[in-house]
Design a protein around this ligand. Structure first.
Ligand SMILES: Nc1nc2c(ncn2[C@@H]2O[C@H](COP(=O)(O)OP(=O)(O)OP(=O)(O)O)[C@@H](O)[C@H]2O)c(=O)[nH]1
Ligand SMILES: [Mg+2]
Length: 178
Protein backbone atom coordinates (compact mmCIF):
# COMPACT_ATOMS: atom_id res chain seq x y z
CA UNK A 1 0.00 0.00 0.00
CA UNK A 2 1.09 3.53 -0.61
CA UNK A 3 1.24 5.76 2.47
CA UNK A 4 -0.91 8.86 2.92
CA UNK A 5 -0.24 11.72 5.34
CA UNK A 6 -3.34 13.57 6.54
CA UNK A 7 -3.05 17.34 6.94
CA UNK A 8 -5.83 19.70 7.99
CA UNK A 9 -6.99 22.00 10.72
CA UNK A 10 -7.83 20.65 14.16
CA UNK A 11 -11.21 18.85 14.24
CA UNK A 12 -11.23 18.29 10.47
CA UNK A 13 -11.47 14.53 11.10
CA UNK A 14 -7.94 13.21 10.40
CA UNK A 15 -7.76 10.80 13.33
CA UNK A 16 -11.33 9.57 12.84
CA UNK A 17 -10.88 8.81 9.13
CA UNK A 18 -7.64 7.02 10.01
CA UNK A 19 -9.59 4.89 12.51
CA UNK A 20 -12.23 4.12 9.85
CA UNK A 21 -9.55 3.13 7.32
CA UNK A 22 -7.89 0.83 9.85
CA UNK A 23 -11.25 -0.70 10.85
CA UNK A 24 -10.83 0.51 14.42
CA UNK A 25 -13.56 1.54 16.83
CA UNK A 26 -14.28 5.26 16.35
CA UNK A 27 -13.27 7.04 19.55
CA UNK A 28 -12.28 10.66 20.07
CA UNK A 29 -8.56 11.08 20.59
CA UNK A 30 -6.89 14.48 20.33
CA UNK A 31 -3.71 14.07 18.31
CA UNK A 32 -0.76 15.40 20.34
CA UNK A 33 2.10 14.68 17.97
CA UNK A 34 2.71 13.02 14.60
CA UNK A 35 1.61 9.36 14.62
CA UNK A 36 3.15 7.06 12.05
CA UNK A 37 1.10 3.96 11.10
CA UNK A 38 1.47 1.40 8.30
CA UNK A 39 -0.62 3.22 5.69
CA UNK A 40 -1.41 6.54 7.38
CA UNK A 41 0.55 9.35 9.01
CA UNK A 42 -1.78 11.29 11.32
CA UNK A 43 -0.78 14.83 12.21
CA UNK A 44 -2.10 17.35 14.76
CA UNK A 45 -4.17 20.17 13.28
CA UNK A 46 -2.02 22.73 15.07
CA UNK A 47 0.89 21.83 12.77
CA UNK A 48 -1.12 23.11 9.80
CA UNK A 49 -2.43 26.10 11.74
CA UNK A 50 0.87 27.32 13.23
CA UNK A 51 3.74 28.67 11.12
CA UNK A 52 6.44 27.54 13.60
CA UNK A 53 5.19 23.93 13.51
CA UNK A 54 4.33 23.64 9.83
CA UNK A 55 7.92 22.73 8.86
CA UNK A 56 7.37 19.40 10.69
CA UNK A 57 4.71 18.63 8.08
CA UNK A 58 7.18 19.34 5.27
CA UNK A 59 9.68 16.90 6.82
CA UNK A 60 7.18 14.13 7.62
CA UNK A 61 5.59 14.55 4.20
CA UNK A 62 8.74 12.95 2.77
CA UNK A 63 7.76 9.73 4.58
CA UNK A 64 4.48 9.58 2.66
CA UNK A 65 3.71 8.83 -0.97
CA UNK A 66 0.60 11.00 -0.99
CA UNK A 67 -0.53 14.00 1.05
CA UNK A 68 -4.25 14.12 1.91
CA UNK A 69 -5.53 17.65 2.51
CA UNK A 70 -8.62 17.37 4.67
CA UNK A 71 -11.53 19.78 4.67
CA UNK A 72 -14.63 19.01 6.68
CA UNK A 73 -17.97 19.54 4.92
CA UNK A 74 -19.06 21.83 7.79
CA UNK A 75 -16.06 24.16 7.56
CA UNK A 76 -16.99 27.87 7.74
CA UNK A 77 -13.83 28.96 5.86
CA UNK A 78 -10.75 27.49 4.20
CA UNK A 79 -7.38 27.33 5.90
CA UNK A 80 -5.55 26.66 2.65
CA UNK A 81 -4.02 29.40 0.48
CA UNK A 82 -4.74 29.17 -3.25
CA UNK A 83 -2.57 26.56 -4.98
CA UNK A 84 -0.80 25.58 -1.73
CA UNK A 85 -0.23 22.07 -3.17
CA UNK A 86 2.65 23.49 -5.20
CA UNK A 87 4.87 23.57 -2.06
CA UNK A 88 4.72 19.77 -1.80
CA UNK A 89 6.95 17.40 -3.72
CA UNK A 90 4.35 14.64 -3.23
CA UNK A 91 1.04 14.04 -4.97
CA UNK A 92 -1.69 15.91 -3.06
CA UNK A 93 -5.32 14.76 -2.98
CA UNK A 94 -8.30 16.44 -1.33
CA UNK A 95 -10.48 14.66 1.22
CA UNK A 96 -13.87 16.11 2.17
CA UNK A 97 -14.88 14.69 5.57
CA UNK A 98 -18.12 14.59 7.63
CA UNK A 99 -20.41 14.43 4.59
CA UNK A 100 -23.00 12.69 6.81
CA UNK A 101 -23.38 15.81 8.99
CA UNK A 102 -26.80 17.54 8.89
CA UNK A 103 -25.12 20.87 8.08
CA UNK A 104 -22.71 19.41 5.51
CA UNK A 105 -21.97 21.32 2.31
CA UNK A 106 -19.57 18.91 0.56
CA UNK A 107 -19.45 20.90 -2.69
CA UNK A 108 -18.30 24.07 -0.90
CA UNK A 109 -15.50 22.10 0.81
CA UNK A 110 -14.53 20.45 -2.50
CA UNK A 111 -14.43 23.86 -4.19
CA UNK A 112 -12.01 25.16 -1.52
CA UNK A 113 -9.84 22.07 -1.98
CA UNK A 114 -9.79 22.65 -5.76
CA UNK A 115 -8.72 26.27 -5.13
CA UNK A 116 -5.90 24.84 -2.95
CA UNK A 117 -4.83 22.89 -6.05
CA UNK A 118 -6.26 19.39 -5.45
CA UNK A 119 -7.39 17.62 -8.61
CA UNK A 120 -8.55 14.33 -7.10
CA UNK A 121 -11.17 14.74 -4.35
CA UNK A 122 -12.66 12.07 -2.08
CA UNK A 123 -16.01 12.56 -0.34
CA UNK A 124 -16.04 10.70 2.96
CA UNK A 125 -17.77 10.02 6.24
CA UNK A 126 -15.93 8.07 8.92
CA UNK A 127 -19.31 7.51 10.62
CA UNK A 128 -21.15 5.88 7.69
CA UNK A 129 -18.01 4.54 5.99
CA UNK A 130 -18.82 6.34 2.72
CA UNK A 131 -15.73 6.93 0.58
CA UNK A 132 -13.36 4.99 2.87
CA UNK A 133 -13.04 2.03 0.49
CA UNK A 134 -12.29 4.43 -2.40
CA UNK A 135 -9.32 5.87 -0.52
CA UNK A 136 -7.99 2.40 0.30
CA UNK A 137 -8.42 1.34 -3.35
CA UNK A 138 -6.54 4.48 -4.41
CA UNK A 139 -3.64 3.68 -2.06
CA UNK A 140 -3.48 0.08 -3.19
CA UNK A 141 -0.38 -1.19 -4.96
CA UNK A 142 -0.97 -3.80 -7.71
CA UNK A 143 0.15 -6.68 -5.45
CA UNK A 144 -2.02 -5.68 -2.46
CA UNK A 145 -5.19 -7.61 -1.60
CA UNK A 146 -7.82 -5.69 0.35
CA UNK A 147 -10.02 -7.45 2.95
CA UNK A 148 -13.20 -7.38 0.81
CA UNK A 149 -11.27 -8.88 -2.11
CA UNK A 150 -10.22 -11.71 0.21
CA UNK A 151 -13.88 -12.24 1.16
CA UNK A 152 -14.88 -12.37 -2.51
CA UNK A 153 -12.12 -14.89 -3.26
CA UNK A 154 -13.43 -16.99 -0.35
CA UNK A 155 -16.96 -16.96 -1.84
CA UNK A 156 -15.60 -18.00 -5.21
CA UNK A 157 -13.54 -20.71 -3.56
CA UNK A 158 -16.55 -22.31 -1.84
CA UNK A 159 -18.30 -22.78 -5.14
CA UNK A 160 -20.16 -19.62 -6.11
CA UNK A 161 -19.64 -19.04 -9.81
CA UNK A 162 -18.31 -15.81 -11.27
CA UNK A 163 -20.61 -12.95 -10.41
CA UNK A 164 -22.36 -14.89 -7.65
CA UNK A 165 -20.38 -13.24 -4.90
CA UNK A 166 -21.48 -9.80 -6.17
CA UNK A 167 -25.14 -10.98 -6.17
CA UNK A 168 -24.65 -12.29 -2.62
CA UNK A 169 -23.12 -8.97 -1.54
CA UNK A 170 -26.08 -7.05 -3.02
CA UNK A 171 -28.53 -9.42 -1.26
CA UNK A 172 -26.73 -8.85 2.05
CA UNK A 173 -26.69 -5.09 1.47
CA UNK A 174 -30.45 -5.10 0.73
CA UNK A 175 -31.11 -7.20 3.83
CA UNK A 176 -29.11 -4.74 5.92
CA UNK A 177 -30.68 -1.80 3.97
CA UNK A 178 -27.26 -0.33 3.23
N1 LIG B 1 -20.47 13.72 11.76
C1 LIG B 1 -19.18 13.37 11.66
N2 LIG B 1 -18.30 13.74 12.60
C2 LIG B 1 -17.01 13.39 12.47
C3 LIG B 1 -16.56 12.62 11.35
N3 LIG B 1 -15.23 12.45 11.47
C4 LIG B 1 -14.88 13.07 12.62
N4 LIG B 1 -15.94 13.62 13.23
C5 LIG B 1 -15.94 14.32 14.53
O1 LIG B 1 -15.09 15.47 14.46
C6 LIG B 1 -14.38 15.65 15.67
C7 LIG B 1 -12.90 15.79 15.40
O2 LIG B 1 -12.41 14.60 14.81
P1 LIG B 1 -10.86 14.20 14.85
O3 LIG B 1 -10.72 13.03 13.95
O4 LIG B 1 -10.37 14.06 16.23
O5 LIG B 1 -10.19 15.49 14.20
P2 LIG B 1 -8.64 15.74 13.93
O6 LIG B 1 -8.53 16.37 12.59
O7 LIG B 1 -7.86 14.48 14.15
O8 LIG B 1 -8.28 16.81 15.04
P3 LIG B 1 -6.82 17.12 15.71
O9 LIG B 1 -6.29 15.82 16.26
O10 LIG B 1 -7.15 18.11 16.79
O11 LIG B 1 -5.96 17.71 14.66
C8 LIG B 1 -14.72 14.43 16.56
O12 LIG B 1 -15.69 14.83 17.51
C9 LIG B 1 -15.29 13.43 15.59
O13 LIG B 1 -16.23 12.58 16.18
C10 LIG B 1 -17.53 12.22 10.37
O14 LIG B 1 -17.26 11.55 9.36
N5 LIG B 1 -18.82 12.62 10.57
MG1 LIG C 1 -6.34 14.01 15.38
Amino acid sequence: MRKIMFVGRSESGKTTIMQAMRGEKITYHKTQYINHYDVVIDTPGEYAETKELSSALAIYGCEANIIGLLMSAIEPYSLYPPNVVSVSNREVVGVVTKIDHWAADPEQAAEWLRIAGCKKIFYTSAYTGEGIAEILEYLKDPIDVLPWEEAKAEYDHIGYGPGESEKMTRKLERALSL
